[in-house]
Design a protein around this ligand. Structure first.
Ligand SMILES: Cc1cc2nc3c(=O)[nH]c(=O)nc-3n(C[C@H](O)[C@H](O)[C@H](O)COP(=O)(O)O)c2cc1C
Ligand code: SF4
Length: 556
């Protein structure tokens, strides 16, 4: 992290935001012009190398991706559904090979065949309407089931703004301390992956000194296979905004940034409309509902980089710096955006606050388990008979969720749960798991953000591992050696073992995995070993021909 760059970018802050300006440099299919980048560098008093370093990081801004007209999803769910080769073949009737790029992932995991074209995502049967899509800008919204197993907290239907924001009156009468106590008592833990207690995070930021503070809603949902944040952004936008208002009031923050991944264009539009509606209703902006509390929303559209979901990379991204992970401490609650105390919270965590405020902490913690309270959204992929978003009470058996979704359409051998850094659950372990942080940890997996990608019997496990490392290498921020080099080397070894007469030295491979695990700066490099270790453990027999010693060696 460069404090100097944070300061320089912070002079214009969110009003004339440097990262926003990068996006505006792209005109049509052309890459940003060197002249424009130099001008920007001069304007912000930042060296050109910093500007080039930042802009060339992002998939949508990279010069090598300019000229692309259409993007095919290369996420894990589309890979496992095996829909993309046929899709690409059909697209070649309309576009040249050079014009077809890749994006990861479009969150259309429930019906696959996913692609992005001119500000809209398409999936399922959309390809049948390609002429209309190209010539008339035809948009085809997707449909998926939304089911509930337990209380309805996150998927409750929305009546109108007035009714929904009524509890805000009560919030504005209370002290920060009382609200923090309430949120702490609810037991709410972060839904972005790590499960950090929300109340404690708010308390740290509340206690941090500073006139200017920020609330960042992390809507960069990058886990391939996950689309539960997309559901909330598009179908329940006010639950997210309400949560941000509460977090702002509690901590004394006046600014809320919603950082939404560029792969979700529809989410950006819905959130923009929702913010505008709040401004009109005096529920955002100066002196909300006549109180002393002012809170301004800013939506930032990201530019395609998985690592920007990591909270410190995300902060660097908003500042217009190259989105590398920062070393901690200091933590964002003390030293975050533009060096100011900042809360970074996941969409679903923020969306959970409305229920707590309206019904009290006891009501919330009466659901779930002692340590994992409330409900969790799960994203189910197209291998389920009824794919979609499932709101599930914490502690619910995983098998019950599968039954509610009508089981699987095809034979599956494993479930990859919790994104690329989550565990690989072999089919026979499903009955041992309940949906809560502790159960997954105890069994050697990770609940994470709770996306479920089904790995069919027909998918070779070695190919899935190669895909994971390709993803990890592409998305590594490059800040630390183990991840920058290790993910690439692992991908090369796996690829070679698939394409050539080559067996991977298992001791070397285990050593690499171990180095990634203990030597990486953040949970990207540190987390990717988990699914790999699960695969080596549970699919040892299937994988053995790719390794030079197939016994149960170092990795347990
Ligand atoms: C590689 C990586 C990617 C991440 N991606 C996301 C993401 O897309 N969304 C998210 O909310 N958290 C993501 N996180 C976790 C964030 O760093 C952070 O813990 C989270 O936003 C905090 O919010 P919560 O406490 O509400 O979970 C990611 C972490 C890592 C290491
Ligand atoms: S582990 Fe990877 S993503 Fe994380 S800091 Fe290191 S290089 Fe960056």
């Amino acid at each position: 992290m460069s404090k100097n760059l944070s300061h320089l970018s912070g002079r214009k802050g969110l009003t004339d935001n440097l990262f926003d300006r990068y996006g505006q440099l792209i005109k049509g299919d052309d890459a940003a012009k060197a002249d424009d980048l130099n001008k920007l560098a001069d304007e912000f008093l930042i060296g050109t190398s910093s500007i080039y370093g930042a802009t060339t990081f992002y998939d949508f801004l990279k010069p090598e991706n300019q000229g692309k007209k259409i993007y095919v999803c290369n996420g894990s769910a589309c890979l496992c559904a095996d829909t993309q080769p046929a899709l690409k073949k059909k697209l070649l009737d309309h576009f040249s090979e050079d014009q077809i790029g890749e994006m990861c992932c479009l969150g259309r995991c429930h019906e696959n065949h996913a692609f992005y074209f001119e500000g809209n995502n398409y999936s399922g049967n959309s390809i049948q309407n390609m002429e209309a899509i190209i010539n008339e800008g035809y948009a085809s919204p997707d449909h998926y089931v939304v089911k509930v197993l337990g209380p309805v907290i996150l998927t409750k239907s929305f009546a109108d703004i007035k009714t929904y924001y009524q509890p805000l009156d009560e919030v504005l009468q209370k002290s920060s301390e009382d609200l923090i106590k309430m949120i702490k008592n609810s037991g709410l833990r972060g839904r972005g992956g790590a499960g950090f207690p929300m109340g404690a995070k708010l308390e740290f930021c509340h206690q941090a000194q500073g006139d200017v503070k920020f609330i960042i809603c992390n809507a960069d949902e990058g886990d391939p296979g996950a689309y539960s944040d997309r559901y909330l952004l598009e179908q329940q936008p006010h639950s997210v905004l309400f949560g941000m208002l509460v977090a702002g009031y509690v901590t004394g923050a006046q600014h809320g940034v919603i950082y939404i991944r560029g792969e979700y264009p529809e989410s950006v539009r819905v959130m923009e409309d929702a913010v505008q509606a709040l401004e009109i209703a005096n529920l955002a902006g100066q002196q909300i509902l006549g109180s002393q509390f002012s809170f301004h929303f800013k939506i930032i559209k990201a530019q395609g980089a998985y690592i920007c979901g990591e909270e410190t990379a995300l902060i660097n991204s908003i500042e217009g710096q190259r989105p590398e992970v920062r070393t901690r401490p200091p933590y964002p609650a003390q030293y975050g955006l533009f060096g100011k105390p900042t809360i970074v919270s996941n969409v679903e965590t923020l969306a959970s606050l409305h229920y707590i405020i309206e019904n009290g902490s006891e009501a919330y913690r009466s659901f779930g388990t002692e340590l994992s309270t409330g409900t969790k959204l799960l994203s189910l992929d197209s291998h389920f008979t009824q794919p979609g978003i499932y709101e599930v009470e914490m502690g619910t058996p995983l098998q019950d969720v599968i039954d509610a979704a009508g089981g699987f359409r095809t034979k599956i051998k494993a479930l990859h749960i919790g994104g690329p850094l989550g565990g690989l659950v072999p089919a026979h372990k499903i009955s041992d798991l309940t949906i809560d942080f502790e159960s997954f940890k105890q069994e050697g997996f990770l609940l994470g953000h709770a996306s479920i990608v089904s790995i069919p019997e027909t998918m070779p496990m070695i190919e899935y591992l190669r895909h994971l490392f390709e993803f990890a290498a592409h998305e590594s921020c490059g800040k630390c050696f183990p991840c920058r080099l290790g993910t690439k080397r692992a991908e090369e070894m796996l690829r070679k073992s698939i394409e050539e007469e080559y067996q991977i030295d298992r001791i070397l491979f285990d050593d690499l995995i171990h180095t990634l695990e203990i030597g990486s700066l953040c949970a990207h490099g540190g987390g990717i070993p988990l699914p790999v270790k699960n695969a080596l453990h549970y699919f040892n027999e299937e994988l053995s021909s790719h390794f030079s010693i197939s016994s149960n060696v170092l990795v347990k």
